[in-house]
Design a protein around this ligand. Structure first.
Ligand code: SD4
Length: 354
């Protein structure tokens, strides 16, 4: 009976009427107090809804985050997820994705995946069909082909134009430092300058034009947690660069006994702090999701006061918190939470939760 009631409420949640009704207040809790949830970074509502539909028909959290993230890959969300976006310095789009399962603590990830569009599903194959956690580059492509995925170009008209415009503007901006010729004034190839001292330039290339990884956390009706991420990384990245998104503990992390987190933003900086792992560990020590997110990001700010990034933190009971560095999440509509039957934009969530 409880399951039936749960199902009814959840199915109601995905009707247009319910989606539009921000005033609905009934919560989708079963008799064990489990509150299913989908939450993701940025305003990728089709991804959220497709993940939610999966939960509503009794699907697992793991399936929900795969379906949610692959929705964005297909839609090429903001040109920053999926094929045809964020060309690297050679003009190629490569993909990073991670999927992690709470109950088994297994994960599957791909980094620098070339010529295959379905990054999160390839990551899922790593999780399901291997004992490994992370495959990279061309060899990840070979694995994907063996698993039945199609090999095809990831270049789009948009990525081609973006790359050509960048070349025409003397390869600005770029991520080089301590090299000659001066990377602020021209394209490579570059050579290292001898005897430089490592420095934090404070340069920030992650901004409105260059962001929007999907990071998604789901809780299903059995209370199982999962997290997924998918991105094509940073625009004009140096070929071979991998960010935080496919790295367990950095782009996403889940501990079934505690909760989960997913991060978005300047992955070169953020992965140095293993932000998602840290947020979950803070919750293990007793912090609420909101405080865990805050404390985690404070660590970044100490050394990188102008860093751009954000984190979504969820405890195993479905309480969530969102926190961004330097108003990163305020750049535009930040994301979506679906905790049936109420749809909450993250901007609203900020007001109600933070
Ligand atoms: C990366 N963290 O590759 C990703 C980019 C991102 O919002 O999240 N942008 O560094």
């Amino acid at each position: 009976m409880a399951i039936m009631l749960w199902l009814c409420l959840c199915l109601a949640a995905i009707t247009d009427e319910a989606m539009a009704s921000m005033a609905a207040t009934t919560e989708c809790v079963d008799s064990r107090g489990i509150m299913p949830l989908v939450i993701n970074t940025w305003n990728f509502s089709n991804a959220t809804q497709n993940a939610w539909k999966q939960l509503s028909i009794g699907g697992s959290a793991l399936d929900a985050v795969e379906i949610g993230c692959s929705t964005c890959e297909r839609e090429q969300c903001d040109h920053t997820v999926g094929w045809g976006g964020s060309p690297d310095e050679n003009g190629e789009t490569t993909l990073d994705a991670l999927i992690m399962d709470g109950p088994t603590h297994k994960c599957g990830a791909v980094a620098g995946l070339r010529r295959v569009k379905d990054a999160i599903s390839v990551a899922r194959r790593v999780l399901d069909n291997t004992q490994h956690s992370l495959l990279v580059g061309d060899l990840a492509t070979n694995f994907a082909i063996q698993m039945g995925f199609k090999e095809e170009s990831l270049t789009s008209e948009w990525s081609l134009k973006t790359h050509n415009d960048w070349k025409a503007s003397k390869c600005q901006p770029n991520y080089w430092q301590n090299v000659v010729p001066d990377p602020k004034d021209g394209c490579g190839p570059y050579k290292p300058v001898k005897g430089h001292v490592p420095q934090n330039t404070g340069q920030n290339l992650v901004n409105y034009e260059n962001h929007d990884t999907i990071g998604m956390v789901a809780i299903d009706r059995n209370g199982s947690l999962a997290v997924g991420t998918s991105t094509n990384g940073l625009r004009h990245k140096i070929a071979g660069r991998v960010g935080d998104s496919p790295i367990p503990g950095a782009g996403g992390y889940v501990d079934q006994d505690v909760g989960a987190a997913a991060a978005t933003g300047d992955g070169d900086i953020m992965l140095r702090y293993l932000l998602s792992y840290q947020a979950v560990e803070y919750m293990r020590q007793g912090m609420a999701p909101k405080q865990a997110g805050e404390e985690t990001l404070k660590r970044v700010l100490k050394k990188y006061p102008s860093a751009m990034g954000a984190i979504v933190v969820v405890d195993k009971n479905g309480k969530y918190g969102l926190k961004s560095l330097n108003n990163y999440f305020y750049i535009k509509l930040m994301g979506i939470v679906l905790q049936a039957p109420r749809v909450l934009t993250l901007s609203e969530a900020f007001h109600t939760v933070w």
